[in-house]
Ligand binder design. Structure first.
Ligand SMILES: Cc1ncc(COP(=O)(O)O)c(C=O)c1O
Length: 461
């Protein structure tokens, strides 16, 4: 992440009082600096760098601090609160388990876990038969990595290589970090990574639908020039459903070609659906936009409505590759988080949140495209689908790296009562709860417009 530090010094800002937002103090609010200093002393700095808001409670599409400031949340807690913050059904279902009481049961059989798995697999669709539950997203991508390699080894001893995509991101533990292609973030990894190969991402400013297959084949031919055979050496493709930092989807033909290559060469195709899953893109899972089948889905984030649950979903023949007891974790499928997972799926079904995401997504994208039209000096393009979107700014503004200016945009939004996702680079991401009202969605977009007007004016100088 670019080294931009949000100011900790409270400044006087315009007060805001609307149905959806309230800013009634200086921002950051009084007391913020003291808490941040305390955290600086006792917590690893790797956790720091977020917008300086002290979360006190979160409900629906709003975040509140203790002083009554209230923000519209366009982050969903980094795409977690799909069914809304503090969702009452999630709270009730969790409460029922707490009241039993039952706080955990390790891998012993449990009815809530069984019910959840059944519901989850049904939600994933007819191509899926079994799931394996974990706690963090990074564990899910690691589990998929293991399954792809085990599947390859079953076919041929050296069918070991997983192809991943440059710029995708899969988590911070060793395997996930190796799959991710962020050179700076994985400089600590000293393991031999020859069993993970990266190919380039087809960015829409370089590659279009029509030449995307050729782009893929050219990239793969570099691997074959290095002696890697798809048939003999490759066991899996791991794709983040869209390029995370900019919510940029692949050209459909690119993904269909990968599917085709997988089918012809005994290779598994896994999608990392951490951000894209559970209705976020206007489909149950985001990869469905490509019209292909997935062999494995890795999911987390929105899955638990705020509770830590993740998982891998696939066909029985793949999911059962590890021996009994050989792929489990202490908190796998904890009944409390499974109860939360059940409530999330109920909310998605009962309130048709997948359709809501598609419908409100249309409004969001139409409005953002209008912003791109009105601020061409700032904005390179709008990307995403459903209720995930990014505004990608020009890489340079006034001849300088734009990342600090884009960080300043997120800061100014915060001062006006709106939270957007700070990426640390030339994009901001927008992913409100799927339950957001149309009024709050439009109000939040108006805040972005107000901020862009200020920035555009400053940029013209
Ligand atoms: C695409 C993707 N994969 C994996 C992860 C890792 O998930 P977690 O932070 O729950 O380990 C994330 C988290 O941001 C993600 O966005």
């Amino acid at each position: 992440m670019a080294s931009y530090s949000f100011s900790r010094i409270p400044i006087d800002v315009d007060l805001v009082h609307t149905e959806n937002r309230c800013i009634n103090t200086s921002i950051p609010a009084p007391g913020t600096d003291e808490l941040l200093e305390k955290l600086d002393k006792i917590e690893s700095r790797s956790m720091h760098g977020q917008l300086p808001i002290i979360w006190h409670k979160a409900e629906g599409h709003n975040i509140y601090d203790k002083l009554g400031n209230k923000w519209i949340d366009f982050t969903s807690m980094i795409f977690v609160a799909n069914v809304g913050h503090g969702n009452q059904n999630v709270i009730n279902k969790v409460q029922e388990v707490l009241n039993l009481p039952m706080l955990g049961c390790y891998a012993y059989p449990n009815e809530i876990r069984a019910n959840y798995l059944e519901k989850l697999i049904k939600f994933a669709g007819p191509n899926f038969e079994k799931a394996f539950l974990l706690s963090a997203g990074t564990e899910a991508t690691e589990a998929a990595f293991k399954l792809m390699k085990m599947h390859g080894q079953k076919i041929g001893k050296k069918k070991n290589i997983v192809i991943a995509i440059s710029g995708n991101w899969h988590g911070r533990t060793l395997g996930a970090q190796m799959l991710s292609d962020n050179v700076a973030q994985k400089s600590w990894v000293t393991h031999n990574q020859s069993d993970i190969q990266h190919i380039a991402f087809p960015y829409p400013w370089d590659i279009n639908e029509e030449n995307s297959e050729e782009f893929l084949l050219n990239n793969l031919s570099t691997l074959s020039e290095n002696g890697i055979s798809l048939q003999d050496d490759v066991c899996g493709f791991m794709l983040e459903t869209f390029q995370g930092w900019g919510a940029v989807f692949y050209p459909t033909k690119f993904v269909k070609k990968i599917r085709d290559i997988c089918d012809k060469n005994g290779i598994l195709l896994a999608f990392d659906e951490m951000q894209a899953g559970f209705g976020r893109t206007g489909m149950n899972f985001g990869y469905e936009h490509y019209g292909v089948k997935a062999d494995l889905i890795c999911c987390g984030k929105g899955m638990g409505g705020g509770f830590p649950i993740s998982g891998v979903i696939g066909k029985a023949a793949v999911m059962d590759l590890p021996e009994i007891g050989n792929m489990s974790s202490t908190h796998s499928g904890n009944p409390v988080v499974c109860a939360a997972g059940i409530a999330v799926l109920e909310e998605i079904e009962n309130y048709q949140l997948v359709k809501a995401s598609a419908d409100k997504g249309l409004i969001l994208h139409t409005k953002l495209n209008k912003l791109a039209e009105d601020f061409p000096e700032l904005i390179r393009g709008i990307y995403g689908k459903g209720l995930i979107a990014s505004i990608v700014f020009h890489k340079e503004l006034k001849g300088k790296n734009s990342a600090p200016t884009v960080s300043a945009i997120t800061e100014k939004c915060m001062q006006k009562g709106l939270l957007v996702v700070h990426t640390g680079r030339e994009s901001i991401k927008i992913g409100p709860p799927l339950t957001i009202t149309e009024a709050a969605l439009l109000e939040g977009i108006d805040v972005i417009r107000e901020v862009l007007e200020i920035i555009s004016y400053d940029a013209r100088g």
